[in-house]
Ligand binder design. Structure first.
Ligand code: BTN
Length: 259
């Protein structure tokens, strides 16, 4: 059985990062790590503070959905104070950090479904929720929330079984959440430093997208678009080519891949 005890010190000890995960707030159970992280950010918590819970009782997903977050999974939020120019790249940063850390911890090869769902063999293994507070031209804070299905038996959760998977279901053995969290934090810092130094994550994120070239249905602000996911813009928006040839730029939405 993999070493799997999460605590502030087990995550922080010898992590080797400069600021991400130097301060960790661990909770056995929370409503949502997003709420605690937001309060911490408003109080001026140091950048890189991580709020992590073994279980969330009111986990939140994108587009006002609920996020199932039982024990055995990873549920964490990271507090950042990025510049406005980095803000749109945080979706790229988060999904790439998850892909890299899953790859290096398990050998599995995840892909990204626009904008930042992480899939394994077409099923969702991780969701990312980014909430930012922007005042005029300054970002007050950004919270990156990451939920990964790690040691979860999908057979126990029939409501999501058709569309979701977990690392343990894929590998048929348990995975160390501690090791995965530590890899993830190191990756988040590496990619964040790249962005802060003016580097780009666009090319790598674009090539990790399973969405491009596929027929898709996109729901955005209660409008449904259908067409081919032709490309993504450098700000992370999806460029959708409809049947009538029109190109639509979609900033946020939910994509269903069609055959
Ligand atoms: C999604 O795919 O809809 C995004 C899911 C994000 C879930 C994570 S779990 C940690 C953090 N706390 C929450 O309540 N949500 C995010």
């Amino acid at each position: 059985m993999a070493e799997d005890t999460l605590s502030a010190t087990s995550i922080t000890n010898n992590l080797g990062t400069r600021f991400i995960g130097r301060r960790v707030l661990y909770y056995p159970s929370l409503t949502s790590t997003m709420e605690v992280a937001k309060e911490e950010a408003r109080q001026g918590a140091v950048e890189g503070t991580v709020v992590i819970a073994d279980e969330q009782t009111g986990g939140r997903g994108r587009l006002k959905r609920a996020w199932l977050s039982p024990r055995g999974n990873i549920a964490l939020s990271i507090i950042l104070y990025p510049s406005l120019s980095c803000l749109s790249s945080l979706i790229m940063l988060a999904s790439l950090a998850v892909v890299h850390s899953i790859e290096s911890t398990t050998g599995l090869k995840p892909q990204v479904k626009w904008p930042n769902d992480v899939l394994i063999k077409g099923k969702k293994v991780c969701g990312v929720l980014i909430e930012s507070d922007v005042q005029r031209t300054k970002v007050s804070y950004s919270i990156i929330g990451i939920g990964i299905n790690v040691n979860l038996k999908l057979a126990d959760f029939p409501e999501i079984q058709p569309v979701a998977t977990s690392l343990s279901d894929e590998l048929r053995k348990e995975v160390s959440r501690l090791s995965l969290v530590r890899h993830l934090l190191v990756e988040v810092e590496r990619l964040y430093l790249t962005l802060s130094a003016g580097g780009s994550l666009y090319e790598e994120w674009r090539s990790s997208l399973v969405t491009l070239g596929k027929k898709v249905r996109v729901t955005a602000d209660e409008t449904v678009y259908e067409g081919v996911a032709e490309s993504v813009a450098r700000d992370g928006s999806l460029l959708l080519r409809s049947l009538d040839g029109k190109l639509t730029k979609i900033v946020a939405g939910d994509v269903t891949l069609r055959d």
